[in-house]
Design a protein. Structure first.
Length: 206
C-alpha cells in the first residue's frame, strides 16, 4: 500500500520530472492563479492534508491562518444555497442530478487558500493532489491528456505526449486513499467521500 506521505513524494517526483521535460511550454508561475478559481472535488485524504496544513500555519503565522479560515467560511456561505451535496459534512452527492449540477457549479469561486494580495497559495505544501498535478499533461479516465489551457500553447500532440506525468500516480493515489480510509476505520466503496476545498477548510474536524 502507498502511505499518504509516500503519495506526496511520488507525485512531487513525477511532477518534477514532467516539469523538466516541459521546459518553457509550462506557463505555471507564482502569481498565475487561473487554476485557483472554480471548485473541484477532493478526497478525504486531500481534505485531511489541507486541515493539517492550516493547523501548522496557525502555529507559525496565526494571522494568515485566520485569513484562510475566514475566506473558507465566507466561501461556504456563498456556495451553500446551491451546493450539490450535504451541507453538514461537505460531502458531494453522487446522484446523476448532483453530478450534472457540479459540472457548472461555482466556476469563478476563488480558492480560500489563495492569498488575494499575492495570488499565491497560503497552503502550498498541503495542497491537494489535483493542484500538484495541474498544468503538465495528465492522462484522463477516457485515455486523453488533460492540460492547462495556458500551457503548451502551440505545442504538437507529440510534444505534449512526451511531457505527460507518469500515469502511475493515479494508482498510487487510489492506494493511499484506501489506506487512509482503512486507518480511520472509514468505509470504502465505489463512491468514496468527496468534498471541495472551502468545506474542508471550514470544517473543525481533522
Amino acid at each position: 500500500m502507498t502511505s499518504p506521505d509516500q503519495l506526496v513524494q511520488i507525485v512531487d517526483r513525477a511532477l518534477a520530472d514532467s516539469v523538466a521535460r516541459s521546459g518553457p511550454w509550462l506557463a505555471c508561475r507564482p502569481g498565475c492563479s487561473q487554476c485557483c478559481h472554480g471548485v473541484f472535488a477532493i478526497s478525504a485524504l486531500d481534505a485531511h492534508r489541507l486541515r493539517e496544513g492550516l493547523h501548522s500555519l496557525s502555529l507559525t503565522d496565526p494571522i494568515h491562518a485566520e485569513a484562510v479560515r475566514s475566506r473558507a467560511l465566507a466561501s461556504v456561505a456563498r456556495l451553500a444555497p446551491t451546493f450539490p451535496g450535504d451541507l453538514t459534512t461537505g460531502a458531494l452527492a453522487s446522484t446523476p442530478e448532483a453530478i450534472e449540477a457540479f459540472d457548472t457549479f461555482a466556476d469563478d469561486e476563488p480558492c480560500p487558500a489563495l492569498d488575494p494580495a499575492t495570488q499565491t497559495c497560503d497552503l502550498y505544501a498541503a495542497r491537494p493532489i489535483l493542484c500538484r498535478t495541474f498544468g503538465p499533461p495528465l492522462v484522463t479516465p477516457d485515455d486523453g491528456l488533460a492540460v492547462c489551457e495556458l500551457c503548451f500553447d502551440g505545442a504538437s500532440p507529440e510534444e505534449i505526449d512526451r511531457c505527460q506525468l507518469d500515469p502511475a500516480i493515479i494508482d498510487a493515489e487510489q492506494r493511499a486513499e484506501a489506506l487512509f480510509a482503512a486507518q480511520r476505520a472509514a468505509p470504502t466503496s465505489d463512491e468514496p467521500f468527496r468534498t471541495i476545498i472551502p468545506f474542508a477548510l471550514a470544517s473543525t474536524h481533522a
